[in-house]
Design a protein around this ligand. Structure first.
Ligand code: GLN
Length: 193
């Protein structure tokens, strides 16, 4: 059984731990570099990417995470987690950094005021039938590099991507009780072990 960590600095950690367990992984919170060293894959949760960035630096996780992701650790980011996996943010707050791993440029809070939070059915490549997409001040992917596979769009904007062992969604499957996206990630982790 793969052991999958959830980066537990800030955000909806508990919901991801529950979804991963439901998708047949052993799930653990990760707060320290020693805990990171013990996992076969990592989820970066939703929350606030500026806070996650600051806390990762404070907890000494920024460099270890960048290195492990660059070395091929399977990772899945939702919402703020998607932002953290982007090689580039279009409109970063000052001092905001990312772990990188996906050759894409993201726009934070992209869906705008009128549409701050909403739910919509999303068709995700590799998953049969629509996934309930919960979008909360969600980013979208503005542009992707040649190695990036677009898995889903919503109203013409890219909201799910994969590059090699890195997966990211603008929306939050961990809030729905539908564990198919987590299962897809658990399968990616299994394939690497
Ligand atoms: N707007 C948040 C950010 O920029 C993301 C929101 C979320 O994770 N639900 O980090």
């Amino acid at each position: 059984t793969p052991v999958i960590g959830v980066l537990a600095l800030q955000g909806d950690v508990r919901e991801h731990l529950i979804a991963l367990a439901a998708a047949d992984a052993v799930a653990r919170p990760v707060r320290r570099p020693e805990e990171l060293a013990e996992v076969d894959g990592l989820v970066v949760p939703g929350g606030e990417s500026t806070t996650i960035s600051k806390l990762a630096t404070l907890f000494g996780l920024m460099e270890p995470l960048r290195e492990r992701i660059a070395a091929g650790l399977p990772v899945y980011g939702t919402c703020a987690g998607l932002i953290m996996l982007a090689d580039k943010i279009l409109d970063p707050r000052s001092g905001q950094e990312t772990f990188g791993g996906i050759d894409m440029i993201v726009r934070r809070n992209a869906f705008g005021r009128q549409n701050e939070s909403f739910e919509a059915g999303v068709t995700v490549a590799g998953i049969e039938g629509p996934v309930e997409g919960v979008f909360i001040r969600a980013p979208w992917v503005e542009s992707v590099g040649a190695e990036v596979e677009v898995l889903a769009e919503h109203e013409g904007h890219v909201v799910a991507v994969r590059q090699g062992r890195a997966l990211a969604t603008s929306f939050h499957p961990e809030l729905t009780g539908d564990h198919r996206v987590h299962s897809l990630f658990v399968d990616m982790v299994r394939a690497e072990r």
